[in-house]
Structures are given as C-alpha cells and as structure tokens.
Design a protein. Structure first.
Length: 130
C-alpha cells in the first residue's frame, strides 16, 4: 500500500523530481509516486546515517581492543584506567593513535595500567583496615 504524498506536507515539485532522478519506473516521472519514494528514501538515509555512526563506534572499539591486547591489557580495563586518570580521550582518537602512533598508544596503555594498579592498591589498603 502506498503512503499518500499529502501526509508528508508540500514538497516543491522540482526538488522531488531532482531527488527521484535515478529511480526506476514511474517513480521518477509521476509526482505522486515520486513524492512517496523520495520521502521513504530520505527516511531510509536518515536511519542509515545513525547506523553508520554505531558501526564506526564498534569498529573503533574493536581496533582499540586489538591494540590494547598487544600490550597485554583488556579494552574495558583500558577505558576504566583512562577514566580514573582523568584522561578525556574519545574512542576515535584512541583508534587513530593506535593505528598511526603505536609508541604513543603504549604510553597511554601504561598510564591506564598504572592507574589500575594504584586503584587496586588503594582498595587493598581500605580492605585491610577491616
């Protein structure tokens, strides 16, 4: 069942046909069909942009995990250590750092390790008081 073109509001005819230029069949020539297809396509593009962002984040996390495991450290502990060290580095920057500057990334991992050890020692001291 086709959606009505009126439901989405008035779109200028020229814009609809400009967007529908490469579509098949009557969708590129008939305004009513073209308007529906264009709105569906724009909605689809909107959700794909969101999906692409999620996929890129997953890719960054995977690459950071692989790079941190080369240094004998898990991704979750790396992020936890960086948070405790108050190092505000986003995943995209960490991924680029791991790919292009392995020595700098190793320093970041070492800092996270140091913070995790420090937290472990402090928690052990707090437990020994009981």
């Amino acid at each position: 069942m086709l959606l009505s073109a009126v439901r989405f509001g008035r779109i200028p005819r020229e814009i609809v046909f400009a967007v529908a230029k490469g579509m098949y069949g009557r969708s590129k020539r008939c305004f009513k069909l073209a308007a529906v297809r264009v709105m569906k396509e724009l909605n689809h593009m909107y959700w794909l942009r969101k999906k692409r962002r999620k996929q890129m984040r997953i890719l960054w996390i995977t690459r950071i995990n692989a790079a941190s495991r080369e240094h004998g450290f898990l991704y979750s502990r790396l992020i936890s250590g960086l948070t405790r060290a108050n190092m505000a580095v986003d995943r995209k920057s960490l991924c680029i750092l791991a790919e292009t500057e392995p020595a700098s990334f190793k320093c970041v991992v070492d800092e996270a390790k140091r913070m995790m050890k420090r937290e472990t020692l402090e928690s052990a001291r707090n437990l020994s008081r009981f």
